[in-house]
Design a protein around this ligand. Sequence first.
Ligand SMILES: Nc1ncnc2c1ncn2[C@@H]1O[C@H](COP(=O)(O)OP(=O)(O)O)[C@@H](O)[C@H]1O
Ligand SMILES: [Mg+2]
Length: 323
Amino acid sequence: MNACQDIVLSVEDLRVSFCNEEGKTEVLHGLSYQLPKGKVLAVVGESGCGKTVHALSLLKLLPPGGEITSGNVSYKGENIFALSAEELRKLRGSRISMIFQDPMTSLNPIRTIGSQLTETILAHKACSKLQATARAVRLLKKVGIENARKRLNEYPFQFSGGQRQRIMIAMALCLNPDVLIADEPTTALDVTIQAQILKLIKDLQRQSGMSAVFITHNLAIVADVADEVLVLYGGYCVEQAPVQTLFARPLHPYTQGLLHSLVSLKRKEEHLPAIEGYPPVPGSCLSGCPFAPRCPQATPKCREALPALQEKHGHKVRCWLVK
Ligand SMILES: Nc1ncnc2c1ncn2[C@@H]1O[C@H](COP(=O)(O)OP(=O)(O)O)[C@@H](O)[C@H]1O
Ligand SMILES: [Mg+2]
């Protein structure tokens, strides 16, 4: 993305480890990116590659055992990791919002949707309860919930999965955040609803000029939402490029494999040339490129030394084979 654009979120050399009885294992190995105003960055990769850990670290929400061992995250130039607990609480939800995969775990099952929405609004904005309710109704309408005023009095279980995800989006947007972090927000939904929710997020993002980090394991949906794509593998960024550039000419063999699987799915080929093997278990790959064990083009050098992330042909790519 263009260096002279306004940068709202900047991640520099972010490293995360988990501790258990056997010791400390690094799962994110120095992730860096910049998110300009009004742009959508998709973070893509197979399960276990560090997408969620990265998202949680941005707002210091890692579960017990998780530790940010180095790096910086700044919001509009301000170091998030240096904020007090109170400052961080204010930032979360009001300037930077998150949506997760499963709305049932984020919504309180024993409270009405209306009380949860108005509580969030009242906690961050100086307004009356009546004004907060009016805002909650507007938000629900905006995300496509019909009979919004009446439905404020209903509980999460009275809504379908797609509607609950819409409500989570309403919650995330209720304070007009500058940045939305959406971690697999459509994964639990069926394909038709998935497409509707993606369109909703994209429309709302365009209308408000918000920036977003959109996390998914599904490269197929990225083309419609993202401006830029960052491919994570085994806790490393292996490739980053503008979305069209990446789709037109993927440089990393892993990205090529991901795209190849998509093309085959579209053509309904019987044998999917999915990438063979599995992503590395954290702590298992001590040297070399993390993708080398699965890479059809790997050379001895790939197994010996980790390539650096380098600018090549308008991409950032971490691969010895790209000249
Ligand atoms: N609470 C945890 N304790 C220990 N390891 C964890 C924990 N959460 C995630 N990890 C490890 O961190 C790595 C990245 O996980 P995650 O970010 O959830 O992957 P993704 O979201 O890309 O599927 C995985 O190897 C996972 O096993
Ligand atoms: Mg995840």
